[in-house]
Design a binder for this molecule. Structure first.
Ligand SMILES: *Cc1c(COP(=O)(O)O)cnc(C)c1O
Length: 384
Protein backbone atom coordinates (compact mmCIF):
# COMPACT_ATOMS: atom_id res chain seq x y z
CA UNK A 1 0.00 0.00 0.00
CA UNK A 2 1.47 3.34 -1.00
CA UNK A 3 2.19 6.02 1.61
CA UNK A 4 -0.50 8.35 0.41
CA UNK A 5 -3.29 5.75 0.62
CA UNK A 6 -6.14 7.31 2.59
CA UNK A 7 -7.04 4.73 5.22
CA UNK A 8 -10.71 4.42 6.14
CA UNK A 9 -11.50 5.07 9.82
CA UNK A 10 -7.99 5.91 10.98
CA UNK A 11 -8.07 7.49 14.48
CA UNK A 12 -6.53 10.81 15.51
CA UNK A 13 -3.73 9.98 17.94
CA UNK A 14 -1.39 12.76 19.07
CA UNK A 15 1.29 13.47 21.66
CA UNK A 16 -1.31 13.96 24.41
CA UNK A 17 -2.62 10.40 24.06
CA UNK A 18 0.92 9.05 24.01
CA UNK A 19 1.79 11.08 27.11
CA UNK A 20 -1.39 9.93 28.91
CA UNK A 21 -0.65 6.25 28.24
CA UNK A 22 2.98 6.69 29.28
CA UNK A 23 1.88 8.23 32.54
CA UNK A 24 -0.40 5.26 33.28
CA UNK A 25 2.42 2.83 32.46
CA UNK A 26 4.75 4.70 34.81
CA UNK A 27 2.15 4.62 37.58
CA UNK A 28 2.01 0.80 37.31
CA UNK A 29 -1.78 0.89 37.84
CA UNK A 30 -2.64 -0.58 34.45
CA UNK A 31 -6.00 -2.18 35.15
CA UNK A 32 -9.30 -0.65 36.19
CA UNK A 33 -8.52 2.22 38.52
CA UNK A 34 -8.47 6.00 38.90
CA UNK A 35 -8.30 6.86 35.18
CA UNK A 36 -11.33 4.65 34.50
CA UNK A 37 -13.31 6.32 37.29
CA UNK A 38 -12.32 9.68 35.82
CA UNK A 39 -13.36 8.59 32.32
CA UNK A 40 -16.74 7.41 33.61
CA UNK A 41 -17.24 10.77 35.30
CA UNK A 42 -16.20 12.69 32.18
CA UNK A 43 -18.61 10.73 29.97
CA UNK A 44 -21.41 11.14 32.52
CA UNK A 45 -20.80 14.89 32.49
CA UNK A 46 -20.63 15.07 28.70
CA UNK A 47 -23.85 13.12 28.18
CA UNK A 48 -25.73 14.08 31.33
CA UNK A 49 -26.37 10.41 32.16
CA UNK A 50 -26.58 9.68 35.88
CA UNK A 51 -24.58 6.46 35.64
CA UNK A 52 -21.76 5.65 33.25
CA UNK A 53 -20.14 2.22 33.50
CA UNK A 54 -16.93 1.73 31.57
CA UNK A 55 -16.65 -1.66 29.88
CA UNK A 56 -14.37 -3.41 27.42
CA UNK A 57 -16.61 -2.79 24.37
CA UNK A 58 -20.00 -1.62 23.19
CA UNK A 59 -20.81 -5.29 22.63
CA UNK A 60 -20.24 -5.84 26.37
CA UNK A 61 -22.39 -2.80 27.20
CA UNK A 62 -25.23 -4.17 25.06
CA UNK A 63 -24.92 -7.65 26.58
CA UNK A 64 -24.88 -6.25 30.15
CA UNK A 65 -27.84 -3.97 29.40
CA UNK A 66 -29.95 -6.92 28.30
CA UNK A 67 -28.86 -9.08 31.25
CA UNK A 68 -29.30 -6.32 33.83
CA UNK A 69 -32.82 -5.76 32.49
CA UNK A 70 -33.61 -9.45 32.93
CA UNK A 71 -33.82 -10.38 29.24
CA UNK A 72 -33.08 -14.01 28.43
CA UNK A 73 -34.40 -17.26 26.91
CA UNK A 74 -37.96 -17.06 25.67
CA UNK A 75 -37.83 -13.27 25.25
CA UNK A 76 -37.83 -11.35 21.97
CA UNK A 77 -35.97 -8.14 21.25
CA UNK A 78 -36.82 -6.01 18.22
CA UNK A 79 -33.85 -4.61 16.32
CA UNK A 80 -32.67 -3.52 12.87
CA UNK A 81 -30.86 -5.56 10.21
CA UNK A 82 -28.97 -2.40 9.14
CA UNK A 83 -26.27 -2.67 11.79
CA UNK A 84 -23.09 -4.38 12.84
CA UNK A 85 -23.28 -8.00 14.00
CA UNK A 86 -22.62 -7.02 17.63
CA UNK A 87 -26.10 -5.51 18.00
CA UNK A 88 -27.93 -8.77 17.34
CA UNK A 89 -25.18 -11.07 18.64
CA UNK A 90 -25.60 -9.51 22.08
CA UNK A 91 -29.28 -10.49 22.02
CA UNK A 92 -28.44 -14.06 21.00
CA UNK A 93 -25.81 -14.26 23.77
CA UNK A 94 -28.54 -13.80 26.40
CA UNK A 95 -30.59 -16.65 24.92
CA UNK A 96 -33.26 -14.21 23.70
CA UNK A 97 -34.42 -14.02 20.08
CA UNK A 98 -33.69 -11.04 17.84
CA UNK A 99 -36.68 -9.97 15.76
CA UNK A 100 -35.67 -7.81 12.82
CA UNK A 101 -37.75 -4.89 11.56
CA UNK A 102 -36.73 -3.18 8.31
CA UNK A 103 -35.01 0.20 8.38
CA UNK A 104 -36.32 3.39 6.84
CA UNK A 105 -35.00 3.88 3.28
CA UNK A 106 -33.89 7.45 3.93
CA UNK A 107 -32.71 7.66 7.56
CA UNK A 108 -31.40 4.06 7.57
CA UNK A 109 -32.71 3.90 11.15
CA UNK A 110 -35.21 1.39 12.51
CA UNK A 111 -38.60 2.35 11.05
CA UNK A 112 -40.97 2.96 13.97
CA UNK A 113 -43.92 2.21 11.67
CA UNK A 114 -42.85 -1.42 11.42
CA UNK A 115 -42.36 -2.08 15.11
CA UNK A 116 -45.93 -2.71 16.25
CA UNK A 117 -46.53 -5.49 13.75
CA UNK A 118 -43.49 -7.34 15.12
CA UNK A 119 -44.58 -7.20 18.78
CA UNK A 120 -45.73 -10.47 20.37
CA UNK A 121 -46.43 -11.43 23.97
CA UNK A 122 -42.76 -12.42 24.22
CA UNK A 123 -41.39 -9.02 23.19
CA UNK A 124 -39.44 -7.39 26.02
CA UNK A 125 -37.38 -4.65 24.41
CA UNK A 126 -36.56 -2.56 21.37
CA UNK A 127 -32.88 -2.21 20.47
CA UNK A 128 -32.48 0.54 17.85
CA UNK A 129 -29.20 1.93 16.48
CA UNK A 130 -28.52 5.63 15.94
CA UNK A 131 -27.21 4.78 12.47
CA UNK A 132 -24.07 6.73 11.46
CA UNK A 133 -24.83 9.17 14.28
CA UNK A 134 -28.31 10.13 13.02
CA UNK A 135 -30.78 10.23 15.93
CA UNK A 136 -33.47 7.54 15.85
CA UNK A 137 -37.12 8.61 15.85
CA UNK A 138 -37.00 8.84 19.65
CA UNK A 139 -40.53 10.12 20.33
CA UNK A 140 -42.18 7.53 18.08
CA UNK A 141 -40.12 4.63 19.44
CA UNK A 142 -40.67 5.64 23.07
CA UNK A 143 -44.41 5.95 22.38
CA UNK A 144 -44.60 2.39 21.03
CA UNK A 145 -42.48 1.18 23.95
CA UNK A 146 -44.72 2.85 26.51
CA UNK A 147 -47.86 1.55 24.85
CA UNK A 148 -46.62 -2.06 24.94
CA UNK A 149 -44.57 -1.82 28.16
CA UNK A 150 -41.23 -2.47 26.44
CA UNK A 151 -37.72 -1.45 27.41
CA UNK A 152 -35.57 0.57 25.01
CA UNK A 153 -31.84 -0.13 24.77
CA UNK A 154 -30.02 2.27 22.46
CA UNK A 155 -27.04 1.09 20.45
CA UNK A 156 -25.25 4.43 20.50
CA UNK A 157 -21.96 3.14 19.10
CA UNK A 158 -22.04 5.92 16.47
CA UNK A 159 -23.78 8.53 18.55
CA UNK A 160 -21.62 10.04 21.29
CA UNK A 161 -22.27 13.57 19.92
CA UNK A 162 -25.84 12.95 18.74
CA UNK A 163 -28.64 15.15 20.11
CA UNK A 164 -32.40 14.74 19.88
CA UNK A 165 -34.40 17.84 20.79
CA UNK A 166 -31.37 19.04 22.70
CA UNK A 167 -30.90 15.74 24.57
CA UNK A 168 -27.69 13.69 24.17
CA UNK A 169 -27.59 9.89 24.30
CA UNK A 170 -28.02 8.90 27.91
CA UNK A 171 -30.81 11.49 28.18
CA UNK A 172 -33.03 10.60 25.25
CA UNK A 173 -35.29 8.24 27.14
CA UNK A 174 -33.90 4.76 26.53
CA UNK A 175 -33.35 2.65 29.65
CA UNK A 176 -29.71 2.24 28.68
CA UNK A 177 -27.49 3.66 25.93
CA UNK A 178 -24.33 1.88 24.82
CA UNK A 179 -21.28 3.71 23.48
CA UNK A 180 -18.32 2.25 21.57
CA UNK A 181 -14.72 3.43 21.67
CA UNK A 182 -13.52 0.97 19.04
CA UNK A 183 -10.65 2.19 16.83
CA UNK A 184 -12.85 3.53 14.01
CA UNK A 185 -15.40 5.31 16.23
CA UNK A 186 -15.55 9.08 16.80
CA UNK A 187 -13.46 8.73 19.94
CA UNK A 188 -11.39 5.64 20.69
CA UNK A 189 -9.71 3.80 23.53
CA UNK A 190 -8.51 1.09 21.05
CA UNK A 191 -11.20 -1.20 22.50
CA UNK A 192 -13.78 0.06 24.94
CA UNK A 193 -17.36 0.99 25.61
CA UNK A 194 -19.68 2.62 28.13
CA UNK A 195 -23.11 1.74 29.45
CA UNK A 196 -25.23 4.79 30.28
CA UNK A 197 -28.38 4.70 32.36
CA UNK A 198 -30.41 6.87 34.69
CA UNK A 199 -31.81 3.86 36.51
CA UNK A 200 -29.99 3.16 39.75
CA UNK A 201 -30.91 -0.55 39.95
CA UNK A 202 -29.88 -1.24 36.32
CA UNK A 203 -26.57 0.54 36.94
CA UNK A 204 -25.91 -1.49 40.07
CA UNK A 205 -26.69 -4.81 38.36
CA UNK A 206 -24.66 -3.94 35.26
CA UNK A 207 -21.66 -2.96 37.36
CA UNK A 208 -21.70 -6.19 39.35
CA UNK A 209 -22.12 -8.25 36.16
CA UNK A 210 -19.28 -6.37 34.48
CA UNK A 211 -16.65 -7.80 36.85
CA UNK A 212 -17.21 -11.48 37.67
CA UNK A 213 -20.33 -10.73 39.70
CA UNK A 214 -18.22 -9.46 42.57
CA UNK A 215 -19.86 -7.34 45.22
CA UNK A 216 -17.00 -4.78 45.01
CA UNK A 217 -14.75 -3.85 42.08
CA UNK A 218 -10.97 -4.32 41.91
CA UNK A 219 -10.29 -0.68 42.54
CA UNK A 220 -12.01 -0.76 45.90
CA UNK A 221 -10.53 -4.21 46.65
CA UNK A 222 -6.90 -3.29 46.06
CA UNK A 223 -6.71 0.46 46.63
CA UNK A 224 -5.34 1.98 49.80
CA UNK A 225 -8.84 1.99 51.31
CA UNK A 226 -9.30 -0.50 54.14
CA UNK A 227 -9.05 -4.15 52.96
CA UNK A 228 -12.40 -5.75 52.47
CA UNK A 229 -13.71 -9.21 51.55
CA UNK A 230 -15.49 -9.59 48.24
CA UNK A 231 -18.25 -12.02 47.45
CA UNK A 232 -19.47 -13.46 44.18
CA UNK A 233 -23.18 -12.72 44.05
CA UNK A 234 -23.76 -13.87 40.44
CA UNK A 235 -21.48 -15.54 37.82
CA UNK A 236 -20.61 -12.28 36.06
CA UNK A 237 -18.35 -11.42 33.14
CA UNK A 238 -14.87 -9.98 32.58
CA UNK A 239 -15.96 -6.78 30.89
CA UNK A 240 -14.01 -4.08 32.74
CA UNK A 241 -12.02 -1.33 31.00
CA UNK A 242 -8.33 -0.73 31.74
CA UNK A 243 -6.75 2.54 32.88
CA UNK A 244 -4.49 2.40 29.83
CA UNK A 245 -7.58 2.54 27.62
CA UNK A 246 -9.38 5.12 29.76
CA UNK A 247 -6.39 7.45 29.68
CA UNK A 248 -6.68 7.58 25.88
CA UNK A 249 -10.43 8.15 26.09
CA UNK A 250 -10.04 11.07 28.49
CA UNK A 251 -7.81 12.89 26.00
CA UNK A 252 -10.03 12.01 23.03
CA UNK A 253 -13.17 13.24 24.78
CA UNK A 254 -11.60 16.69 25.26
CA UNK A 255 -11.37 16.99 21.45
CA UNK A 256 -14.75 15.66 20.46
CA UNK A 257 -16.53 19.02 20.17
CA UNK A 258 -13.73 20.49 18.06
CA UNK A 259 -13.64 17.44 15.78
CA UNK A 260 -17.35 17.57 15.02
CA UNK A 261 -17.26 20.87 13.03
CA UNK A 262 -14.44 19.36 10.94
CA UNK A 263 -16.58 16.29 10.27
CA UNK A 264 -19.46 18.63 9.32
CA UNK A 265 -17.16 20.45 6.91
CA UNK A 266 -15.97 17.28 5.16
CA UNK A 267 -19.58 16.05 4.99
CA UNK A 268 -20.73 19.30 3.32
CA UNK A 269 -17.88 19.13 0.78
CA UNK A 270 -18.86 15.57 -0.15
CA UNK A 271 -22.53 16.53 -0.54
CA UNK A 272 -21.55 19.38 -2.84
CA UNK A 273 -18.93 17.39 -4.74
CA UNK A 274 -21.32 14.53 -5.54
CA UNK A 275 -24.51 16.50 -6.21
CA UNK A 276 -24.46 15.86 -9.99
CA UNK A 277 -23.29 12.21 -9.83
CA UNK A 278 -25.27 8.96 -10.05
CA UNK A 279 -24.98 8.44 -6.32
CA UNK A 280 -27.44 9.08 -3.47
CA UNK A 281 -25.90 11.20 -0.74
CA UNK A 282 -27.08 10.87 2.89
CA UNK A 283 -30.45 12.45 3.74
CA UNK A 284 -30.45 15.92 5.32
CA UNK A 285 -30.38 15.95 9.10
CA UNK A 286 -33.80 15.89 10.78
CA UNK A 287 -34.86 19.13 12.48
CA UNK A 288 -34.13 19.49 16.21
CA UNK A 289 -31.38 16.86 16.04
CA UNK A 290 -27.61 16.91 15.87
CA UNK A 291 -25.89 14.29 13.71
CA UNK A 292 -22.63 12.85 15.09
CA UNK A 293 -21.23 12.53 11.52
CA UNK A 294 -19.76 9.12 12.26
CA UNK A 295 -20.19 7.63 8.79
CA UNK A 296 -20.69 9.23 5.39
CA UNK A 297 -22.59 6.47 3.61
CA UNK A 298 -23.60 7.08 0.00
CA UNK A 299 -25.50 4.75 -2.30
CA UNK A 300 -24.12 3.89 -5.74
CA UNK A 301 -27.17 4.35 -7.99
CA UNK A 302 -28.18 1.74 -10.56
CA UNK A 303 -27.47 4.30 -13.36
CA UNK A 304 -23.80 4.54 -12.33
CA UNK A 305 -21.26 2.92 -14.68
CA UNK A 306 -20.11 0.64 -11.83
CA UNK A 307 -21.89 -1.28 -9.11
CA UNK A 308 -20.97 -0.82 -5.44
CA UNK A 309 -18.16 -3.36 -5.47
CA UNK A 310 -16.80 -1.87 -8.70
CA UNK A 311 -16.98 1.56 -7.07
CA UNK A 312 -14.97 0.31 -4.09
CA UNK A 313 -12.35 -1.32 -6.32
CA UNK A 314 -12.10 1.88 -8.35
CA UNK A 315 -11.61 4.01 -5.26
CA UNK A 316 -9.04 1.57 -3.93
CA UNK A 317 -7.08 1.95 -7.17
CA UNK A 318 -7.23 5.72 -6.65
CA UNK A 319 -5.75 5.30 -3.16
CA UNK A 320 -8.94 5.75 -1.15
CA UNK A 321 -10.02 3.25 1.52
CA UNK A 322 -13.76 2.69 2.03
CA UNK A 323 -16.06 0.74 4.32
CA UNK A 324 -19.44 -1.00 4.05
CA UNK A 325 -22.09 -0.19 6.62
CA UNK A 326 -23.59 -2.63 6.44
CA UNK A 327 -24.06 -5.96 4.81
CA UNK A 328 -27.46 -6.28 6.54
CA UNK A 329 -27.72 -8.99 9.17
CA UNK A 330 -30.44 -10.96 7.36
CA UNK A 331 -27.87 -11.75 4.64
CA UNK A 332 -25.33 -13.29 7.03
CA UNK A 333 -25.54 -17.08 7.11
CA UNK A 334 -26.21 -17.45 10.84
CA UNK A 335 -29.15 -15.01 10.89
CA UNK A 336 -30.46 -16.00 7.48
CA UNK A 337 -30.52 -19.71 8.27
CA UNK A 338 -31.34 -19.67 11.98
CA UNK A 339 -34.29 -17.30 11.62
CA UNK A 340 -35.31 -18.06 8.02
CA UNK A 341 -34.74 -14.50 6.81
CA UNK A 342 -34.70 -13.33 3.18
CA UNK A 343 -34.30 -10.13 1.19
CA UNK A 344 -38.04 -9.82 0.56
CA UNK A 345 -38.64 -9.38 4.30
CA UNK A 346 -36.36 -6.34 4.34
CA UNK A 347 -36.71 -4.45 1.05
CA UNK A 348 -35.06 -1.27 2.37
CA UNK A 349 -32.13 -2.88 4.14
CA UNK A 350 -31.58 -5.11 1.08
CA UNK A 351 -31.67 -2.15 -1.32
CA UNK A 352 -29.18 -0.23 0.81
CA UNK A 353 -27.00 -3.24 1.60
CA UNK A 354 -26.27 -3.77 -2.11
CA UNK A 355 -25.44 -0.13 -2.84
CA UNK A 356 -23.93 1.43 0.29
CA UNK A 357 -20.33 2.51 0.67
CA UNK A 358 -18.70 4.71 3.33
CA UNK A 359 -16.01 7.31 2.63
CA UNK A 360 -13.27 8.49 5.03
CA UNK A 361 -14.66 11.06 7.47
CA UNK A 362 -11.97 11.31 10.12
CA UNK A 363 -11.19 14.86 11.30
CA UNK A 364 -7.61 14.15 10.32
CA UNK A 365 -8.49 13.88 6.63
CA UNK A 366 -6.95 17.03 5.10
CA UNK A 367 -8.53 19.39 2.57
CA UNK A 368 -6.16 18.06 -0.08
CA UNK A 369 -7.29 14.52 0.73
CA UNK A 370 -10.94 15.55 0.55
CA UNK A 371 -10.16 16.94 -2.94
CA UNK A 372 -8.56 13.63 -3.90
CA UNK A 373 -11.49 11.61 -2.57
CA UNK A 374 -14.02 13.76 -4.45
CA UNK A 375 -11.95 13.54 -7.65
CA UNK A 376 -11.71 9.76 -7.25
CA UNK A 377 -15.48 9.39 -6.77
CA UNK A 378 -16.12 11.60 -9.81
CA UNK A 379 -13.72 9.57 -11.92
CA UNK A 380 -15.15 6.20 -10.89
CA UNK A 381 -18.77 7.28 -11.45
CA UNK A 382 -18.05 8.95 -14.80
CA UNK A 383 -18.43 12.56 -13.54
CA UNK A 384 -16.61 15.37 -15.35
C1 LIG B 1 -18.86 -0.74 16.47
C2 LIG B 1 -20.27 -1.11 16.72
C3 LIG B 1 -20.66 -1.97 17.76
C4 LIG B 1 -19.68 -2.73 18.58
O1 LIG B 1 -18.80 -1.92 19.23
P1 LIG B 1 -17.54 -2.60 19.95
O2 LIG B 1 -17.08 -1.51 20.90
O3 LIG B 1 -16.54 -2.94 18.91
O4 LIG B 1 -18.04 -3.79 20.68
C5 LIG B 1 -21.99 -2.17 17.98
N1 LIG B 1 -22.94 -1.59 17.22
C6 LIG B 1 -22.61 -0.78 16.20
C7 LIG B 1 -23.69 -0.15 15.40
C8 LIG B 1 -21.27 -0.54 15.90
O5 LIG B 1 -20.94 0.22 14.85
Amino acid sequence: MSNDFIVFGSPVIGPEEIEAVTEVLRSCWLGTGPRTKEFEKAIAEYTGAEHAIAVSSCTAALHLSLLALGIGPGDEVITTPMTFAATANSIVHTGATPVFVDCDRSSLNLDPAGIEAAITERTKAILPVHFAGRAIAVDEILAVARKHDLLVIEDAAHALETRYKGRPVGRMGGTTSCLSFYVTKNITTAEGGMLLTNDEETARKARVLSLHGLSADAWSRYSDAAPKHYEVVVPGYKYNLTDIASSIGLVQLRHVEEWLPRRDEIWARYDEGFADLPVTTPAPVEPETRHARHLYTLLVDDEAPVDRDGFRDGLHREGVGTGIHYAPLHRHPYYRERFGLADEHFPNASHIGSRTVSLPLSPKVTDAEVDRIIAAVRKVTGGK
